[in-house]
Design a protein. Structure first.
Length: 90
C-alpha cells in the first residue's frame, strides 16, 4: 500500500483520534500491516470513492477554479516520513 510508509495529511485525524472519523488504533493497523479487527470496506468508503470526481467537478463549477487530476507523491526532504499523495490539484 502506497500510504503505509509515511504519515500524510489524511492521517492527522487518526493520530489525534478526532471525531467522528479519527482512530489512532486504525492508523496503527494500517501503518504496521496488522490485520484490522474491523471491516475494511463499508458503504461510506465506497460512496466517497464514487463521489470524489463529482465533488471535484462541483467545486470547480462553484469556484471557477480549474481542477487537474493528478497522481503525484510529495515527500519532505528533511522528514521523509511526512508525505502527501495528491489526487487532484487546484
Amino acid at each position: 500500500m502506497e500510504r503505509k510508509g509515511f504519515i500524510g495529511g489524511s492521517d492527522v485525524s487518526d493520530i489525534f483520534s478526532i471525531p467522528p472519523y479519527g482512530c489512532a488504533r486504525r492508523l496503527w493497523y494500517v501503518k504496521t500491516g496488522v490485520e484490522p479487527d474491523y471491516p475494511k470496506d463499508n458503504f461510506h468508503l465506497r460512496r466517497g470513492k464514487i463521489l470524489e470526481p463529482v465533488a471535484a467537478m462541483l467545486y470547480a463549477q462553484e469556484t471557477g477554479h480549474k481542477i487537474r487530476k493528478r497522481n503525484l507523491r510529495l515527500i519532505d526532504d528533511e522528514y521523509p516520513f511526512m508525505a502527501a499523495l495528491l489526487d487532484r490539484e487546484v
